[in-house]
Design a protein around this ligand. Structure first.
Ligand code: FES
Ligand code: FES
Length: 173
């Protein structure tokens, strides 16, 4: 059994109790993905599996046989940062940086959900196309906590990047 992590095939652990987070951090030394609460409450461990965001602390590695995992280390193109990584720098979207990899992976997964029309708790119309207002972004990113209080910069960075990637028409004032 193997798993694709940032494009490379990796053997899954024999021990079925190993979480995806521990495989990444302890087994592969991909320390960009952070362990905060280790119980699904903070979002620091968020990674992308086949483009969808998950909290890797609650995922058993063996569940993801044959799947494609992208971590923060897999987002940049060589020395060129992913646009959202650059936007976090430009908008002071972090202080200590501990939550940042999870925030960025989560935002990318969130954008894909919005493009598919997945409503959130604050969406007034469950069947309408998603308009990513600031309120929608705050709700959709509410699973990723920032203990430094950088949320305003985080939302600004996401809004700027989505404006480029999704088109300004999909953002409301
Ligand atoms: S470490 Fe996974 S949600 Fe907090
Ligand atoms: S930047 Fe420190 S926890 Fe978010």
């Amino acid at each position: 059994m193997s798993i694709l992590i940032n494009g490379s095939a990796v053997a899954l652990p024999d021990d079925p109790r190993v979480s995806l987070l521990d495989l990444l951090r302890e087994g592969l030394h991909l320390a960009g993905t952070k362990k905060g609460c280790n119980q699904g409450a903070c979002g620091a461990c968020t990674v992308l599996v086949d483009g969808a965001r998950i909290v890797s602390c609650l995922a058993l590695a063996v569940q993801y046989d044959g799947r494609q995992v992208t971590t923060i280390e897999g987002l940049a193109d060589g020395d060129a940062l992913h646009p959202l990584q650059q936007a976090f720098i430009d908008h002071d979207g972090f202080q200590c940086g501990y939550c940042t990899p999870g925030q960025i992976c989560s935002a990318i997964g969130m954008a894909a959900e919005a493009k598919r029309g997945v409503p959130s708790h604050v969406s007034a119309d469950l069947t309408a196309d998603v308009t990513l207002t600031r309120e929608e972004l705050q709700e959709r990113m509410s699973g990723n906590l920032c203990r430094c209080g950088a949320h305003n910069g985080i939302i600004d960075a996401i809004r700027e990047t989505l404006t480029v990637e999704m088109g300004a028409a999909e953002l409301a004032a």
